[in-house]
Design a protein. Structure first.
Length: 201
């Protein structure tokens, strides 16, 4: 009799789980793609000189958003190195066809560190480009959370470091999420095609 009741309960649980009535716990880091969603307005960030800048005013062409933290010693340097290689080898012209915005997810990082990281990676660009095509920023924790939530880029603290996805996000001039790129390096032809599509909004 008891076994029969247990079997019935298991069947009911399985039915509700399959039908979506029982919530399945979601991981607190990773990517929840939000293609077509619009970036929120009123996002202010600090540049390497601690000057507040409005994010939406910077996005006037297809723009690659890159979330890292500057003190990272693992995936973030590889990510930024991959972005530098992208700028060097893709046919799309940095600053003309697209821009890049890098934002630290660690609100504790300083403008001095931002300047250091910016120079380190801009020096890897061998093309003659406008130095403002790739910008580096910090912001407060609430603003960072607002922007990462809006783009589905989920991360969490782990001691003194962060657990986070390795992915960048292309947005259109109209501030719509157009494409996600996974990993630390890019398929240049795919990126060129994506920039062309994003330029058409």
């Amino acid at each position: 009799m008891l076994m029969g009741r247990i079997c019935i309960l298991l069947l009911i649980f399985s039915f509700h789980r399959l039908s979506g009535n029982i919530p399945v716990e979601q991981p607190d880091f990773g990517i929840d793609e939000k293609l077509g969603a619009m970036l929120p307005g009123g996002i202010h960030m600090l540049n390497e000189d601690s000057v507040p800048v409005l994010l939406n005013e910077l996005i006037t062409k297809p723009t690659l958003l890159v979330f890292v933290y500057y003190n990272c010693t693992d995936q973030c340097p590889k990510m930024l190195g991959g972005v530098a290689e992208l700028a060097n080898f893709a046919d799309a012209i940095p600053g003309l066809d697209y821009g890049i915005i890098t934002i630290s997810i660690d609100h504790r990082e300083s403008s001095a560190l931002t300047r250091k990281i910016k120079q380190e990676y801009l020096q890897q660009i061998r093309k003659p480009v406008d130095q403002y095509f790739w910008r580096f920023f910090t912001s407060d924790s609430l603003t960072i959370a607002l922007l990462t939530d809006a783009t589905g880029w989920k991360f969490r603290h782990s001691g003194t470091t962060f657990i986070h996805p390795t992915a960048s996000i292309l947005v259109t001039p109209n501030k719509l999420i157009s494409q996600y790129f996974y990993g630390t390096y890019f398929n240049y032809m795919h990126f060129d095609f994506s920039v062309d599509q994003a330029a058409r909004n």
